[in-house]
Ligand binder design. Structure first.
Ligand SMILES: Nc1ncnc2c1ncn2[C@@H]1O[C@H](COP(=O)(O)OP(=O)(O)OP(=O)(O)O)[C@@H](O)[C@H]1O
Length: 267
């Protein structure tokens, strides 16, 4: 891509919320999987929790501008996303690891991450260095020139994270990033998350409540396409008690909040 990126397009933004949704509705097929969701997130690492089918992946896809909202209002990095808006500046400042990502198996890690950097219009002079930095940050330095088809599942996931961060995104969306990572890699990943969240808005969808408790500044709980609860990991842990399912205070807090939400909605 030959078009150069002007400084004003990459400059840090001054809007308070990286993600601002009001009454957001998003369809997955014919199903309204996100149904009246309100959410406001700024810089930091936000853990997105919810049971199977809660609407997490559909929400992530809408935030990544892959799915258009069916209703409500969505603003990303200060720009409205409404089907008529110019999405290019938002997409350039966005990083997204989908739950299932496609790749060319014959590409090396470096080629894959470089290709994604080119698609995101990372300026050509700094592109190779940006790719190297992303590959290093996910611990794939030694496998940078290995073909993707030769990588383990966990290494592939890390290559996926590398492509998501290669453009130093202001908004980073990671859907189940720790699937397949071994325990040591998960600990390294938590550190990377904390680092990324110091100057970007990072939203991590996961079923691993412990990852959220350890690495996130904030927890967002959704169910049936709506925001159920938002608070700190400490506040989440404080919600749990004897009799709630889970191996840790955070897991018990999660179970308690879900049980409370279900009992309120079936009344
Ligand atoms: N293409 C589709 N057509 C119809 N319904 C769909 C489609 N994709 C998802 N759904 C439904 O939308 C709801 C939300 O799905 P989604 O994948 O967003 O949930 P999730 O919270 O990510 O779940 P999980 O934790 O299992 O990944 C579910 O009820 C699911 O069955």
């Amino acid at each position: 891509m030959t078009r150069s990126v002007r400084a004003v397009e990459t400059a840090a933004t001054t809007h308070p919320w990286a993600i601002h949704a009001e009454g957001l509705r998003v369809r997955a097929g014919r199903h309204l999987a996100v149904d009246g969701l309100d959410l406001a997130l700024a810089t930091g690492v936000h853990g997105l929790l919810g049971p199977n089918g809660a609407g997490k992946t559909t929400l992530m896809r809408a935030l990544a501008t892959v799915l258009a909202p069916a209703g409500g209002r969505l603003t990303l990095l200060g720009r409205p996303v409404d089907g008529r808006s110019e999405l290019r500046p938002v997409r350039r400042a966005l990083g997204y690891l989908p739950q299932h990502f496609g790749y060319y198996p014959r590409f090396t890690v470096r080629e894959f991450v470089g290709y994604m950097a080119w698609l995101k219009e990372v300026p050509r002079p700094g592109l190779a260095a940006a790719v190297q930095r992303a590959v290093d940050r996910v611990g794939l330095t030694a496998r940078a020139d290995a073909r993707l088809k030769t990588l383990s599942g966990g290494m592939l996931r890390r290559a996926g994270i590398a492509q998501a961060i290669v453009n130093d995104p202001q908004l980073l969306l990671l859907d189940e990033p720790t699937v397949g990572l071994d325990p040591e890699q998960r600990l390294d990943f938590r550190e990377l998350l904390r680092d990324l969240g110091t100057d970007s808005c990072v939203l991590v969808s996961t079923h691993l409540v412990e990852d959220v408790a350890a690495a996130c500044t904030d927890v967002v709980l959704v169910n049936e396409g709506r925001l159920v609860w938002q608070g700190t990991p400490e506040e989440l842990s404080a919600r749990g008690g004897q009799g709630h399912a889970g191996d840790s205070p955070a897991e018990r807090g999660y179970s308690a909040l879900l049980r409370q939400h279900r009992s309120e909605t079936t009344r």
